[in-house]
Design a protein around this ligand. Structure first.
Ligand code: GUN
Length: 292
C-alpha cells in the first residue's frame, strides 16, 4: 500500500510556484494577486479561507481577504463582486461556499468574471472543462488529478467509481476522469443518494473517489483487493482527545480499507492540502493569462 501524500506533494507544488513567482519579480512583472470573499463566521470556512491567505504569503502572492457580515444582502454582495471584477490589481478571486441561505449561490457564481474565476465554478468555465477546452479546473478535482499524475496511477481503461455528485467535487471529477488524456480515459460510474446496490458497484471499482461527507462510510468489504482510494471527506466530529475539540474524519474506514488498497489518500494530509495548492496554481495561470 502506498500513501498518496498530499502534504508532501502540495509542498513540492508550492515550492515550484514560489520559484516561478521569484522569476516574475526578477523580470519586473507584478506577482499574482488572489482575493477571497468570506461571508459570515462559519468555523470551517474561516479555517479554509485563513489557510488560503497564508498559502499566498508562503509562495509570494499578494492576497486580499474581504470578510463580510452574515447580514449582507444579495445586492450588496453583487456590488462587491462587480468591484472585484473591475479591480485591475486582482488576478483571481473566490467566493467561499456555502453562502448564507438568503443569498442565491448560483446568482453570485454567475456574476464572477470567468477570467478571474479561479475556482472554475462559473458555467462558462465548467462547460469548457466538459468540452476539454482550456479553462480553470475546480481546485479539489484538479488536486486529485495532480496526485494521480505525480504518483503515476494508471487511469486509462480503469473503472472509476465516484461517490457523490456535488458541483464542487463529484460531478467535475467524473467529467475529468472520463476526458481524453492522462489522467483520464477511464470508464466512470457516478453514484449518489438514489444509487441502488452501491456495494456491488464499489466492489468492481479499480479506483474509488469518495466525496460523500459521511465519516467512515466505505468499509473493507465494499472494495476489492488492489483498489485505489481517494478520500475527499473532511467531516468535523466532536472529540475530547483533540485540543481543538473535534477531529477530522474522511469518508473511508481507513484502518480496514488501507491494507486492501494499492494507493490511498490519508485524512487529513491527502486531498485537502492539494486543494489549496491547485487554487494557487489557477491564480498563477490567471495572472499569466492577463499579462500575455
Ligand atoms: N467550499 C468548500 N470547498 C470550496 C472550494 O473549493 N471553493 C469555494 N469557493 N468554497 C468552497
Amino acid at each position: 500500500m502506498i500513501l498518496l501524500d498530499g502534504r508532501k506533494t502540495s509542498s513540492n507544488l508550492k515550492f515550484e510556484i514560489a520559484e516561478e513567482v521569484s522569476q516574475m519579480k526578477l523580470s519586473g512583472q507584478s506577482v499574482p494577486h488572489l482575493a477571497a470573499v468570506l461571508v459570515g463566521e462559519d468555523g470551517a470556512s474561516l479555517t479554509y479561507v485563513g489557510s488560503k491567505v497564508r498559502s499566498c504569503q508562503q509562495v509570494g502572492f499578494e492576497s486580499t481577504l474581504l470578510h463580510l457580515p452574515n447580514t449582507i444582502s444579495e445586492d450588496e454582495l453583487l456590488k462587491q463582486i462587480e468591484l472585484l471584477n473591475a479591480n485591475g490589481s486582482i488576478d483571481g478571486y473566490i467566493v467561499q461556499l456555502p453562502l448564507p441561505k438568503h443569498i442565491d449561490e448560483n446568482k453570485i457564481l454567475m456574476a464572477i468574471d470567468p477570467l478571474k474565476d479561479v475556482d472554475g465554478f462559473h458555467p462558462s468555465n465548467f462547460g469548457k472543462m466538459a468540452l476539454e477546452m482550456d479553462t480553470f479546473i475546480p481546485a479539489t478535482p484538479f488536486g486529485i488529478m495532480e496526485l494521480l499524475e505525480r504518483y503515476k496511477v494508471e487511469t486509462k481503461g480503469k473503472h472509476v467509481v465516484v461517490v457523490g455528485r456535488s458541483q464542487i467535487v463529484g460531478r467535475p471529477m467524473s467529467i475529468l476522469l472520463s476526458r481524453k488524456g492522462n489522467p483520464g480515459n477511464a470508464t466512470v460510474t457516478l453514484m449518489h443518494s438514489h444509487t441502488k446496490h452501491l456495494s456491488n458497484i464499489t466492489q468492481q471499482a479499480d479506483i474509488i473517489v469518495m466525496a460523500l461527507g459521511i465519516p467512515k462510510f466505505l468499509k473493507a468489504d465494499m472494495v476489492k483487493d488492489g483498489v485505489v482510494i481517494i478520500d475527499v471527506g473532511i467531516t468535523r466530529v466532536p472529540s475530547d482527545q483533540n485540543p481543538k475539540g473535534y477531529e477530522i474524519l474522511g469518508d473511508v474506514d481507513f484502518e480496514h480499507v488501507a491494507p486492501k488498497s494499492s494507493y490511498i489518500t490519508p485524512v487529513p494530509g491527502g486531498v485537502g492540502p492539494m486543494t489549496i495548492a491547485m487554487l494557487l496554481k489557477n491564480t498563477l495561470i490567471a495572472c499569466k493569462r492577463r499579462q500575455n
